[in-house]
Design a protein around this ligand. Structure first.
Ligand SMILES: O=P(O)(O)OC[C@H]1O[C@H](O)[C@H](O)[C@@H](O)[C@@H]1O
Length: 524
């Protein structure tokens, strides 16, 4: 069952949006805001613990109504239905896209339930100390060995939910960089460390090489039988994991309908589950489930992911904004941006449409950012006075987890102040010094959440997942494949063989061949 495939730029609403853009592109929106007492009330969505204010955007009621028409014309509602019902919407890989099924507490698939039970049991044993290492000691350290979607989600969540964490120390080894691995192992004791090898395919070069290296390191102290106490695997390739030496009961399965970058909800989240306990893990899934229901059932006009996606398209395709930034005012969320970069850019960095035709309009947004208030002292100069338009999501929380209200009030004062300063600038003020002039009119969305809980974090992540899906539908691309990462892998294999055999001449490209010569010469 294929998705509707239409060039968005040929639709009536897109053409109307182009015309509308010409009318408002130069407009200082502060004027519009000032004349409209209800704008802040109209341009917001309140949902559960979330308050989303999108009033500080270069949009009018007409912009929004045209964008909503665009979604209708491009049959977004149908596309959402298809995704949730398990249709094979990942057509280029002939797969369904069902990360939402991993948190569907109403109709939970038996295999999802079984895996969750297995995770609950295993994490319980590790946390309680019932699971012993090869010298009879309890586990103290967990190491997630995986890369891409098998790393970024678990690490981001483990960091975000640090407040809810138990005594287990969590570590992540993703990069194949030998020095990086050595630095991590330096402080680990094989007797009390549990390694979780996470790879959907169980063929990823970096992960398998790191896991093999670490297995050898372990075997310097432990024996072959001890491996079962210290190594578990998460994979859709059970045979691959068995061949590596992991026993079947230590393999946590995952399905091919879960894409790597959407897999933290699956057994890929085992390290999260061990670190914060099953109850908190389940609460995170429930938060995502609530967001799924909101996305599926809410009118587009009140639908958070839909609104954010459409506003982002407005900047990307009409203002030709090159990127958007995400700034979370919470140190806990310091891994959110790398996580979103994979989710968004691996999904929507595409230049061929669903008919296989080259695209002549902009797709995928470039996502970047960091935490606030640090970012204010780094790149905010560019947001305020640079020549580029960079719409920014501000994410913040009302409650302080540790009760350090004094500091947190300063943090949040900055959070609110920045969106206002970006918007208002010094527009209409008498500033004589041109270097101290701020145009304002810089767009932001404010995502204000009551408290950083597992549940709210689940909702927040699911919000961004659905946002990128909406954008892929509008842009008429397939968001759920990632063919773009394959070519580099093939070239790397040829390059590795040239390095291992010390034969730079085998590389056809003269620039690379010369670089290899220099590299090999200095390696000895
Ligand atoms: O989980 P794995 O099969 O090891 O894959 C790890 C990662 O590598 C691939 O190259 C993809 O770019 C990612 O989407 C994926 O998450």
């Amino acid at each position: 069952m294929s998705l509707h495939s239409v060039n968005p730029t040929k639709t009536e609403s897109w053409i109307a949006l182009e015309k509308h853009f010409q009318e408002i592109k130069e407009q200082q929106m502060q004027d519009v805001f000032e004349k409209d007492a209800n704008r802040a009330i109209r341009f917001k969505i309140e949902w559960q613990d979330f308050y989303i204010d999108y009033s500080k955007n270069r949009i009018t009621d007409e912009t929004l109504s045209l964008l909503l028409k665009l979604a209708e014309e491009l049959k977004l509602k149908e596309a959402i239905g298809k995704q949730f019902s398990g249709k094979k919407i990942n057509q280029t890989e002939d797969r369904a896209v069902l990360h939402t099924a991993l948190r569907d507490f109403e109709h939970m698939k038996p295999e999802v339930k079984d895996t969750l039970q297995k995770m609950q049991h295993f994490s319980g044993e590790v946390i309680s100390g019932a699971h012993k290492g090869f010298t009879g000691k309890a586990i103290t350290d967990l190491v997630n060995i995986g890369i891409g979607g098998s790393h970024l989600g678990p690490e981001m969540v483990a960091e975000a939910l640090l407040f809810y964490k138990n005594h287990l120390k969590t570590h992540f080894i993703a990069n194949i960089d030998g020095d990086g691995v050595a630095e991590k192992l330096k402080n680990l004791n094989p007797e009390t460390t549990l390694f979780i090898i996470v790879s959907k395919s169980f063929t990823t070069q970096e992960t398998i090489a790191n896991a093999s290296f670490i297995k050898d390191w372990f075997l310097e102290k432990g024996s072959d039988e001890d491996i079962q106490k210290h190594f578990v695997a998460v994979s859709a390739n059970v045979e691959g994991a068995k061949d590596f030496g992991i026993s079947e009961e230590n393999i946590f399965p995952m399905q091919d309908w879960v894409g790597g970058r959407f897999s933290l909800w699956s057994s890929v989240g085992l390290s999260i589950c061990c670190a914060i306990g099953f109850k908190n893990f389940e609460a995170m899934l429930k938060g995502a489930f609530e967001m799924d229901n909101h996305f599926k059932n809410e009118n587009f006009d009140e639908n958070i992911p839909v609104k954010l996606a459409l506003i982002s398209i407005w900047y990307n395709n009409f203002f030709q904004a090159e990127s958007e930034s995400v700034v979370a005012y919470s140190q806990y969320l310091n891994k959110l941006v790398p996580y979103l970069q994979q989710a968004v850019m691996e999904s929507n960095g595409k230049s061929v449409d669903r008919n296989g035709e080259r695209i002549n309009y902009q797709t995928g947004t470039i996502v970047w950012g960091n935490v606030g208030s640090n970012s204010q002292h780094a790149f905010f100069q560019h947001l305020h006075q640079g020549t580029k338009l960079i719409p920014t999501d501000f994410i913040g929380f009302s409650e302080s987890l540790h009760g350090n209200v004094k500091n947190d009030n300063i943090l949040m004062a900055n959070f609110f102040a920045q969106t206002e300063a970006l918007w208002e600038g010094t527009y209409n003020k008498n500033v004589e010094n041109p270097f101290k002039y701020f145009d304002g009119n810089k767009p932001t969305n404010t995502i204000l959440i009551k408290r950083l809980t597992p549940k709210n974090l689940g909702s927040l992540i699911a919000m961004y997942e659905h946002k990128l899906f909406v954008q892929g539908i509008i842009w008429n691309i397939f968001s759920y494949d990632q063919w773009g990462v394959e070519l580099g892998k093939t070239v790397a294999e040829e390059t590795l063989s040239a390095i291992d055999n010390k034969k730079p001449a085998k590389i056809g490209n003269p620039s690379t061949a010369n670089l290899l010569r220099f590299f090999l010469k200095n390696q000895q």
